[in-house]
Design a protein around this ligand. Structure first.
Ligand code: FAD
Length: 481
């Protein structure tokens, strides 16, 4: 019997797990994918929003600025990529100028620091590659970029170090209410818990429906993103936002935390919650929009593309509340700025549980920080020499594009990577220009050796994405039909 079970290991579930791991609770997180962070939390723009975007009077507005200020400490403690690079929200039409003024007023009244309207001369000095037709821009120095999947891995590693249990590859299939709590049936086993926190993103209404707590609906909205060649690195140094539309912040130019530029996302209502395809139409829309603000960006520079699904609720706001079923809480409708807000959502939910009578006594042994993975590419020559002397596997480069060593890949596997994407998102192996063309087979070998599994069981991102088939002489007569 657990005190609290979190269903869903996205940024929200992982932040909840770390926050609740401060207390003497029997705590577990159940995730359907083979690793945490493999839902929307790995397929977003990776922006910690500046604090002034979301509308007043909404939970999104309440949590955006508060969330923004939590990430410096988290990045330091959990050792993930994070940079405050600032943002420019540009006005290209006279009718956009009032929007900039209104947004500045909203930010100022909320206490967002450093907001300034820039004139064309100042814009050109800071960003010489932007279009000369820009009339004004709102500069927000508090905007930042992070590696969102690294943040999920860091949060859950910290939660586990503090006693939380993690069950990946456990899709929740049904939930039953019992006298003293709930029983949760996954594909693999049954769990009992007094409290359930439903943090299942785009599936939150379906999981809530398992217990009759679905007093809301989720309307998935797809966003496509395009990552560009390092050739364009530095073409802009700030996040570039257009003036937004009613349904989205518009197409952004994003200098990612690792350097390469990303452009996106689109915003398209979809029915299928598994369809993460990208499209010619999406790409055309993105590049046409981006070229208006930065003419040198072209689709020919795309090295990879992906799509994510926003979990939009009927109210267009976060739903963070006890459900009609006592002990079952919905943390749903967590669309943008959900990544930014996640640490504050975790604190808010914790206080809600306390107010509802959950006894929260702090552990004296709780540790805020983890060691974090080594990064050979960021070491000085002296540090590299010392690392190789300590472990010769640092002397064997596996991913040439990003200079990732065998030692880092082994570390990633020891700390939870089970798939090619799990390795890629922890240590960048396969993220460079060749997109794994040279290193994939070597990473597969390392996964097979370290996990003691056959090559045919290795997947790109979990069930159904196996990279190769078993050798014919390993198959039985029945397998061969
Ligand atoms: C294209 C795009 C760009 C975005 N950009 C930004 C941005 O720059 N900044 C920002 O702040 N926000 C951004 N967002 C929003 C942000 O990504 C989300 O708000 C955030 O990732 C939501 O996290 P989550 O944990 O609620 O959901 P998820 O990450 O989707 O996690 C839910 C988890 O629940 C699991 N799950 C589902 N069903 C079950 C089940 N039955 N059993 C067990 N587990 C289950 C899923 O596998 C998943 O891992 C963007 C979103 C999109 C789509």
């Amino acid at each position: 019997m657990y005190d609290v079970i979190i269903i869903g290991g996205g940024i929200v579930g992982c932040a909840l797990a770390r926050e609740l791991s401060r207390y003497n609770l029997r705590l577990a997180l159940i995730e359907k994918e083979v690793e945490v962070g493999f839902g929307t939390s790995k397929t977003n723009s990776g922006i910690i929003h500046a604090g002034h975007h979301s509308a007043e009077g909404t939970l999104k507005g309440k949590f955006e600025w508060a969330g923004n200020q939590r990430w410096d400490d988290l990045a330091r403690d959990l050792k993930f990529g994070f940079k405050r690079i600032g943002e420019l929200l540009i006005a290209q039409k006279p009718e956009d100028l009032q929007y900039l003024e209104d947004l500045k007023k909203q930010g100022d009244s909320r206490g967002v620091t450093g907001l300034e309207i820039w004139e064309p001369k100042q814009i050109r000095k800071a960003e010489p590659n932007l279009s000369h037709s820009i009339l004004q821009a709102l500069h927000a120095p508090t905007a930042a970029v992070i590696n969102p999947y690294e943040a999920c891995f860091g949060l859950i590693e910290c939660a586990r170090q503090n006693g939380a249990q993690l069950f990946c590859d456990h899709p929740v299939m049904s939930i039953r209410q019992k006298d003293d709590g709930f029983s949760i049936q996954t594909g693999q086993k049954k769990f009992l818990s007094q409290i359930i926190l439903n943090a299942t993103g785009v599936f939150a209404d379906r999981v809530a429906a398992m217990i009759g707590a679905d007093n809301f609906k989720i309307f998935p909205r797809k966003g496509e993103e395009y990552l560009l060649d390092r050739r364009l690195q530095g073409i802009v140094s700030h996040l570039i936002f257009p003036t937004p539309s009613a349904t989205s912040k518009g197409v952004l130019i994003i200098p990612t935390v690792d350097g390469p530029i990303m452009v996106g996302p689109t915003a398209e209502e979809v029915d299928n919650r598994e369809n993460l395809s990208t499209s010619f139409a999406g790409a055309s829309k993105i590049f046409a929009s981006v070229r208006k603000s930065c003419p040198a960006i072209s689709e020919r520079d795309t090295i990879t593309e992906f799509a994510g699904l926003r979990a939009v609720s009927g109210t267009n706001d976060f739903i963070i509340e006890p459900s009609p079923v006592k002990g079952f809480y919905n943390i749903a409708g967590i669309q943008s700025p959900g990544l930014t807000a996640a640490p504050v959502i975790a604190t808010f939910v914790t206080e809600m549980l306390r107010a509802d009578g959950l006894a929260l006594t702090e552990k004296s042994t709780w540790k805020a920080a983890i060691d974090g993975p080594p990064h050979f590419a960021q070491m000085t020559t002296r540090e590299r020499q010392a690392a190789i002397l300590d472990d010769p596997a640092f002397g064997r480069i596996v991913c040439r594009c990003e200079s990732v060593t065998e030692a880092e890949i082994r570390y990633a596997i020891r700390h939870g990577a089970r798939t090619l994407d799990g390795v890629k998102f922890r240590v960048r192996a396969g993220m460079g220009r060749c997109q794994g063309g040279f290193c994939t087979t070597r990473i597969m070998d390392l996964l097979a050796q370290t996990l003691a599994i056959p090559l045919a069981e290795i997947t790109k991102r979990g069930r159904g994405s196996n990279v190769c088939t078993p050798r014919h002489d390993d198959l039985s007569v029945e397998d061969l039909g």
